[in-house]
Ligand binder design. Structure first.
Ligand SMILES: [Zn+2]
Length: 158
């Protein structure tokens, strides 16, 4: 049950929520609180005001070296940086001793989608065929019953 109490203050099952002043995310607060900042916005504000703490080492995202599908299953694979892998395990003593393995990453998603589409089309065709046969059978049945009725009527009349 959500009760609305005051402006933008919600109480859900006895706990009080107030929207964050910066981003609007609901923040769980005590009963007496009227305004709130969420944890993320507090961190952002502190970083803006005081910067990173001394001695912080920022992580730089690792560069992704392109590798072919199933590279970790190949007995020997050498990436563009010269790292040598034996069945996915890096061999540091062989680094730079072998030429990089040529490979081509083909987009597989499209092929899959086409296959699925063709499968769907086939299914639809089958259903259409069955539907047509059924309707034709019904028509024939109707025609037969009509003709039988007509015959009966003829017999009665005659
Ligand atoms: Zn926030």
């Amino acid at each position: 049950m959500i009760e609305k109490r005051g402006k933008n203050v919600k109480t859900v099952a006895g706990t009080k929520y107030v929207p964050c002043e910066q981003c609007g995310e609901n923040v769980l607060v005590s009963d007496t609180a009227t305004r709130a900042l969420c944890d993320l916005c507090i961190v952002k504000r502190n970083l803006n005001n005081y910067g990173w703490p001394q001695g912080t080492q920022l992580q730089t995202p690792e560069e992704v070296v392109p590798k072919p599908r199933g590279w970790h299953l190949m007995s020997v694979f050498v990436d563009d940086l010269g790292n040598v892998y034996h069945k996915g395990v890096i061999q540091p003593e062989l680094e730079g001793t072998l030429p990089s393995t040529p490979f081509e990453n083909k987009p597989k998603e499209k092929v899959k989608r086409q296959f699925r589409q063709s499968k769907k089309d086939k299914e639809r065709e089958m259903l259409d065929k069955i539907w047509k046969e059924k309707t034709e059978m019904k028509k024939m049945d109707n025609a037969r019953t009509v003709s039988v009725k007509q015959k009966r009527v003829k017999r009665k009349g005659g």
